[in-house]
Design a protein around this ligand. Structure first.
Ligand code: DOR
Ligand code: ZN
Length: 345
């Protein structure tokens, strides 16, 4: 039995760091284990311009504790007013690593996102030309579509038509939750990859709804039925380089989660790697963990993998705080529902 595992230092290809006191509290939880992260731009107001991204990047770096190394990979929030030239200039100066597409109304702070995809066609074309990836929240917002079907419908109604209309556009389908998304990604031979979160490898919709409603398991896209979770586990542990880790760690305070209308998001940054080692071990795929956490993402983004390493060691149950304190209130850490034995040294 393997008791120790050394990996290239992981990166998180989808992370919410927020701002202000929350940023200061959650940033060390990611920087402790991850070298880089694609930072989501859904602040209030969103990170729309190069100027916004530069200022946010500087606030992140200023919040980083002494002695910790971490590179935020910045994204711009796509709106119907985004100018192709601004995006190209931000990319050319090395400020941004991707552009984020939120369909308007799909999730937290997405109101300024895209309603009419024709209005962002010129931006997509410019991105295809310069090779800048588009990170996609892949859910339709049509109220007629059942929430459990919104990802699958998005592929047919939006994603596939956009990709066909824009050859060369490089797309990351983020936080995929369905076997439909896995099948779509594996059916394409170029320019498409997907991130998978830690929590979607662990929970299905019963965990949220059976025997009482558990708001800390509610996120978007919402976890689906068990067959979908199994498809995600298969994709993540298969070694297929089109799938890599994007935790979507998304802190909200307990009062915001434990409410009659609770916010979407699971806060997984503190224990993600311990959980992933557990999942990959269960699947007999520990040798493929490094690809998922540390190699496939950089390869898609055309970045070198990290030179430094981390070591995971299996032993007695690893203590993990149930909550962390933030200047804005307590934030509950994702509970995988099983004891964790892999510790990051
Ligand atoms: O669960 C989620 N939380 N999904 C998202 O798409 C947004 C995120 C957040 O910002 O809280
Ligand atoms: Zn997210």
């Amino acid at each position: 039995m393997t008791d120790s595992l050394t990996l290239r230092r992981p990166d998180d290809w989808h992370l919410h760091l927020r701002d202000g006191a929350m940023l200061a509290a959650v940033l060390p939880e990611s920087a402790r284990h991850f070298a880089r992260a694609i930072v989501m731009p859904n602040l209030v107001p969103p990170v729309v311009t190069a100027h916004d991204a530069r200022a946010y990047r500087d606030r992140i770096l200023a919040a980083l504790p002494e002695g910790m190394a971490f590179t935020p990979l910045m994204t711009l929030y796509l709106t119907e007013k985004t100018e192709a030239q601004d995006v190209a200039a931000a990319h050319a100066e090395g400020l941004i690593t991707a552009v984020k597409l939120y369909p308007a109304g799909a999730t937290t702070n997405s109101a300024a996102g895209v309603r009419d995809f024709d209005k962002v066609r010129a931006v997509f074309e410019k991105m295809a030309e310069i090779g800048l990836p588009l990170c996609v929240h892949g859910e339709v917002t049509d109220p007629e579509v059942d929430i459990f079907d919104r990802e699958a419908v998005f592929i047919d109604r939006v994603l596939d038509p956009v990709r066909r209309a824009t050859p060369g556009l490089r797309v990351v389908m983020e936080h995929v939750t369905t076997s439909d998304a896995v099948a779509y990604v594996t059916s394409q031979d170029r320019d498409l990859a997907a991130t998978i979160t830690t929590h979607h490898l662990v929970i299905n919709r019963n965990h949220i709804l059976a025997g009482g409603i558990r708001p800390h398991y509610y996120c978007l896209p919402v976890a689906k039925r068990e067959s979908h979770r199994l498809a995600l586990r298969h994709a993540a542990t298969s070694g297929d380089a089109r799938f890599f880790l994007g935790t979507d760690s998304a802190p909200h305070t307990d009062p915001a989660k434990e409410s009659a209308c609770g916010c979407a998001g699971c806060f997984t940054a503190p224990n993600t790697l311990s959980i992933l080692a557990h999942v990959f071990e269960e699947e007999g795929a520990l040798s493929r963990l490094e690809g998922f956490t540390s190699l496939h993402g950089p390869a898609f983004y055309g970045l070198p993998p990290n030179d430094s390493r981390i070591t995971l060691t299996r032993g007695d149950a690893v203590p993990c705080p149930a909550k962390i304190d933030t200047g804005e209130g307590p934030v509950t850490v994702f509970d995988p529902g099983f004891p964790l034995h892999w510790r990051v040294d």
